[in-house]
Design a protein around this ligand. Structure first.
Ligand code: ADP
Ligand code: MG
Length: 375
């Protein structure tokens, strides 16, 4: 049960392919509300896995079921290959950091961190040693006697982590743990969590509604909406190849258009028409001519040039309606002759600096930058 970093790292590499948490066809109703609808998911041993989605999509409910604080209405949750049905939280190899931390304000740091082990009647010198190890892990040595209300937001966060890590749980469940922190502290704690994950090798299941946070932290991400998992993949998969309009919209800044497939060509490319625009795209599997699709084009994949030259299917002439200064880049909102809006982000370099609102410019992109969304 001791926190042995070397062993944990070895454990991580030797059994990486074993799913630690297997969610099989799980649904959860609260009265009439379906918080989760037939969700299946495998999370591997040692992964940093994020559940990403807007408020109310079922993230907390799923995490609480893995931790044993709720039970599924239907389906199974297996941890290390064993069905967890009826198993209470304290009997599981999981531990949870709650969204609002749930620290005991009348106790000091040591008492908060030691609480779980005291409840399990560990010997006091074992508890002392583990509390010290745990506080060292989160870099809070020397803070043991402080009361919770004498700590900063970031320090409270670390106490909650030390308390959750003291049992060396094989799965750590984190419910929007950084949500209450200001941006700078949030970034600092993201680094801290990544460091802890790397050194401990436990499985982390991390809930967030912040796509940037999920991208920066995770080995894999599940994007959720309205009780469903829409896509599971690495940050690159999710960002570069969103499968649905929701995912494209939710992850990153994207132009999304509804259109129809007008032509599928021999060379693996196709044409999609949307309003007055024709987009040349890479043909995904299973596409047919005439099919309604959406296409997604990220702001940063659109180049802005101060010319009126045009290439058919991959560029268009537009009027700049708004130019926003974003520090390292500019954001240009533009409109086509027929009124379609297209946004482009351009690096803060001379060519973008010289463009002004009211200018006519050429936007261009590559067919490979466009995602064709079938659902
Ligand atoms: N104890 C509960 N009783 C009734 N409805 C609940 C309860 N917990 C969650 N819900 C509902 O289930 C849905 C998912 O909630 P939740 O899992 O908290 O979402 P998230 O964490 O993604 O914001 C929401 O519609 C929410 O109102
Ligand atoms: Mg929640």
């Amino acid at each position: 049960m001791s926190i042995d970093i070397d062993n944990k790292i070895q454990g991580k590499t030797s059994s990486k392919s074993e799913p630690t948490v297997e969610i099989r066809n799980v649904s959860k109703w609260f009265g009439e509300v379906a918080a989760l609808d037939n969700v299946s998911l495998n999370i591997q041993q040692g992964e940093f896995f994020s559940l990403l989605g807007p408020s109310g999509c079922g993230k907390t409910t799923l995490l609480r079921m893995i931790g044993g604080f709720e039970s599924p209405s239907e389906g199974q949750i297996l941890i290390d290959g064993t069905d967890t049905i009826g198993e209470p939280p304290y009997a599981r190899s999981t531990n949870m950091i709650f969204q609002h931390l749930a620290l005991f304000p009348h106790m000091n740091v040591i008492e908060n961190v030691a609480f779980g082990l005291k409840m399990k009647s560990f010997q006091s010198d074992t508890i002392d040693q583990k509390v010290q190890e745990s506080l060292e892990l989160v870099r809070l040595e020397g803070y043991g006697q402080r009361k919770i209300d004498q700590l900063s937001g970031g320090q409270k966060q670390r106490v909650a982590m030390a308390r959750a890590l003291i049992n060396n749980p094989s799965v750590l469940l984190l419910d929007e743990p950084l949500g209450a922190l200001d941006l700078q502290l949030r970034l600092q704690m993201q680094d801290e969590l990544r460091r802890l994950h790397k050194s401990l090798g436990n499985t982390f299941i991390f809930v967030t509604h912040d796509q940037g946070e999920a991208m920066a932290m995770s080995d894999r991400i599940a994007v959720m909406d309205q009780g469903h998992i829409l896509q599971v993949g690495t940050p690159e998969d999710i960002y570069e190849t969103p499968k649905t309009r929701f995912v494209a919209d939710f992850v990153g800044h994207t132009n999304v258009f509804d259109g129809n497939v007008t032509k599928i060509e021999e060379n693996g490319e196709c044409l999609v028409s949307s309003l007055d625009l024709v987009f040349r795209c890479i043909t995904p599997d299973g596409l047919t001519e005439g099919q309604p699709v959406s296409i997604a084009l990220r702001f940063e994949d659109v180049s802005v040039e101060n010319t009126t030259e045009q290439l058919n299917g991959t560029s268009i002439s537009v009027l700049v309606t708004e130019k926003m200064y974003l520090g390292g880049m500019f954001r240009f909102k533009n409109i086509t002759e027929d009124g379609t809006e297209l946004t482009a982000d351009a690096p803060n370099k001379h060519s973008a600096q010289s463009i002004s609102e009211g200018d006519t410019v050429t936007l261009s992109w590559r067919p490979t930058d466009i995602s064709v969304l079938i659902e």
